[in-house]
Design a protein around this ligand. Structure first.
Ligand SMILES: *Cc1c(COP(=O)(O)O)cnc(C)c1O
Length: 395
């Protein structure tokens, strides 16, 4: 098999050909600035408005509640920093969880250096926030609860509806990072009492560098990028028109195909997990089994380094990801795996595989065979495994 088997769709996805096709005219033909008054820009304005309508409808929002951003990281930064700024007279306390994406965690840490207090909620062994802990953490000066919809490493989906209700009852704003959930599971801002929600185009087969932040009407939120009057004076800068058009198209396709895609991906994913669990001993599955993104599988293989496994899988044309080291090259295991209680040595042996609808059963078979062989080879070189086998023989 000399083609690449791409199983890292939580990192980014392939831009669909329909999306690229929808975008192209907005580079070459309809390149006018949507803020200009002449007629040449009219189709450009219309295309931006149409994408905004599609995206708004996809989460049950109004078009004027959608603010285009450069992706998920910007949406998270904006929601959290601008809420802190606008509501600091009410209080300086923020609640989040230990398993958030770094775009949320590092923003919260930044605010801690600027006089805000942050509570990082623990999660259970499946990665789920405990509602009792959330209620107990709420204080009179709490201004924001920011908890992700679904986790990017272990795929666990949070009880978002309940979290939203608790926030609403206490008059606290609720932001959710829905980058991994959007386009994969149904998301509705009214049903879930969500005040702010961030998404990203490249996680749903759209282009990179485009996303949106939903901000509920009435939420007092400051401009994030100062300059021109774009995005109702809240986010300056000439609109990324091709990106916006592409994102609209990607969202339209994602919404239309969600159910069948989820069914296909989860059945392949379940097949992969079943085979791995049956055929590779001393392995565990990370994340919740039921409340889980349809395309996410996350394993921890005892006695091995996830990084070595990844490199050897790469040698076989298989793209996966490991939670064991972050992009900075640090050797600390993933904060998410530590938060669900994995000991360091087990967290180090983790592997995340995230599927797309293009994957096949033959690919899963190829992946399982390679994982089996590589894990065994790595274990055969591991002194920890050798000790373990010796001790077992003694018993
Ligand atoms: C990918 C991701 C982000 C960052 O989105 P970008 O568009 O790459 O900035 C934020 N949160 C989660 C949960 C993600 O998976």
């Amino acid at each position: 098999m000399d083609k690449v088997i791409y199983l890292d769709n939580a990192a980014t996805t392939k831009t669909r050909p329909e999306v690229v096709e929808a975008m192209l005219p907005y580079f070459t033909e309809y390149y006018g600035n949507p803020s200009s008054v002449y007629e040449f820009s009219t189709p450009v304005k219309k295309a931006v408005a149409q994408a905004r309508e599609i995206l708004a409808a996809s989460i049950g929002a109004k078009p004027n509640e959608i603010y285009f951003t450069a992706g998920g990281s910007e949406g998270d930064n904006w929601a959290i920093k601008a809420t802190a700024d606008a509501y600091q007279n009410k209080g300086k306390h923020i609640i989040t969880s230990r398993v958030e994406h770094h775009a949320v965690l590092h923003t919260c840490q930044y605010l801690e250096q600027h006089g805000f207090e942050v509570t990082y909620l623990d999660v259970d062994e499946h990665g789920v926030v405990k509602l009792e802990d959330l209620k107990a953490a709420i204080r009179p000066d709490t201004i924001l609860i920011t908890i992700m919809f679904a986790n990017n490493e272990i795929g666990t989906i949070q009880p978002v509806k309940e979290i939203g209700q608790i926030a609403r009852e206490h008059g606290i704003l609720f932001h959710t990072d829905a980058v991994q959930a959007y386009g994969h599971v149904p998301v509705n801002v009214d049903e879930y009492c969500i005040d702010m929600l961030s998404t990203s185009g490249h996680k749903i087969n759209g282009p990179k560098g485009i996303g949106f932040l939903y901000i509920r009407t009435g939420v007092k939120i400051r401009s994030f990028v100062h300059g021109g009057a774009q995005e109702r004076k809240r986010r300056a800068g000439t609109e990324n028109v091709p990106g916006i058009v592409g994102y609209g198209e990607a969202a339209k396709l994602a919404m239309a195909t969600m159910e069948e895609r989820a069914a296909k991906e989860s059945s392949l994913r379940d097949y992969l997990m079943e085979r791995i669990m049956k055929e590779v001993p001393y392995t565990r599955i990370n994340g919740d089994c039921k409340m889980r993104l349809p395309n996410n599988a996350n394993f921890a293989f005892q006695f091995i380094e996830g990084e070595s496994l990844l490199i050897m899988l790469d040698g076989k044309g298989i793209c996966g990801s490991s939670g064991s080291a972050c992009t900075s090259g640090s050797l600390d295991p993933s904060h998410v795996l530590l938060a669900i209680g994995l000991p360091h040595e087990i967290a180090h042996g983790s592997l995340r595989l995230t599927l797309s609808e293009e994957n096949t059963r033959e690919e899963m078979d190829y992946v399982v065979e390679n994982i089996k062989a590589i894990v065994q080879r790595l274990r055969d070189m591991s002194p920890l495994y050798e000790d373990f086998v010796k001790n077992q023989a003694k018993q």
